[in-house]
Design a protein around this ligand. Structure first.
Ligand code: MBD
Ligand code: FE
Length: 308
């Protein structure tokens, strides 16, 4: 092959294929071509040296080996970007808003134990911090309750770590699903989780140090809510008062999702959750849009490909 310059190389990389004009997938080819072109230009513009390039490759390899790619996508804004784009598409389509969506994050695990109406996420362990109850209804954007909806809940432990990804915790620790009652009601008891911090001494913390950024998330609880004929909703609530409420490394704080904490003195009616003492309550209703298709109603994690 003849000697080629950088522009000719890029053209070759992006035009090669085995089957004449028919090989491969047009969309994948086009997106790959754009990304490769952008990186060629970046290397040129910043005069990236071989040692820098290979250090970056090594970093990506370590990032994948540590299963931390999902932390980087969140920290560089991609997760929130996809939500912003979905919000814009909803607005353009005139779809009723309902409870705002918020990023799933990389720490969801499907198949959490399922209970009816109420559950304790803290496994009856009283030593896990001040008790709190979160309760409310799953409703439609018309305000009508959604009976037998499923509220899938996950939050971190006292040290800010999530079960499954932290092998020291029991399976499904602080992960539960609740099926709402005939009035669409759910309630659960737990402790108020702390915020999250990216693991120190990790590929993620290395990059964040080089970017001069912190890797903290404010205290939050995740939800994946679904119900018959409704669009499945992935969201989070934030607990007020956190230092990082408006400085989330994942940019996920949203109006309407910062809940109020209500002190409750009288635990009457909450005995089935083991409460005989004052506790903190969060009241929150999940307003679900109508599903536009069967696919939209399926409570799928972001990694699942759902067939229509
Ligand atoms: C989390 O707990 C989280 O929710 C996100 C989005 C990223 C890292 C940790
Ligand atoms: Fe989280």
């Amino acid at each position: 092959m003849a000697e080629i310059n950088a522009a000719q190389l890029l053209e070759l990389v992006n035009s090669r294929r085995v089957d004449g004009d028919s090989g491969g997938d047009a969309r994948v080819r086009a997106i790959t071509a754009r990304i490769v072109g952008d990186l060629f230009r970046t290397i040129d513009e910043f005069d990236v040296q071989p040692d820098e390039f290979w250090a970056a490759v090594k970093w990506l390899t370590r990032l994948g080996q540590a299963d931390m790619v999902g932390l980087i996508t969140a920290g560089l804004g991609f997760d929130r970007l996809l939500d912003i784009r979905l919000d814009e598409a909803d607005l353009a389509a005139g779809r009723a808003a309902g409870t705002p969506r918020a990023i799933e994050g990389p720490l969801y695990v499907a198949g959490a134990p399922l209970s009816r109406h109420e559950v304790r996420l803290d496994d009856g362990n009283e030593a896990r911090g001040a008790p709190f109850v979160m309760e409310g209804q799953v409703i439609g954007t018309d305000g009508q309750p959604v009976p037998h909806a499923v509220v899938d809940i996950w939050h971190c432990n006292e040290s800010g770590r999530y079960s499954h990804f932290d092998p020291s915790q029991p399976a499904y620790n602080l992960r539960r699903r609740i099926e709402t009652d005939e009035l669409g009601r759910y309630r659960f008891r737990s402790f108020l989780p702390p915020g999250y911090a990216i693991p120190p001494d990790s590929p993620v913390s290395e990059l964040f140090a080089l970017l001069g950024r912190h890797g903290n998330r404010p205290a939050h609880i995740h939800f994946l809510v679904s119900g018959s004929g409704k669009r499945a909703l992935t969201t989070q609530v934030n607990i007020p008062g956190d230092t990082y409420l408006d400085d989330d490394f994942a940019f996920a704080t949203r109006d309407g999702l910062v809940v109020a904490l209500e002190p409750v003195q009288d635990s009457a009616g909450y005995e089935s959750l083991g409460l005989h003492q004052p506790f903190t309550r969060i009241r929150f209703d999940f307003r679900l849009q109508d599903a536009g298709s069967e696919r939209e109603a399926i409570p799928a994690s972001r990694y699942q490909t759902v067939m229509a």
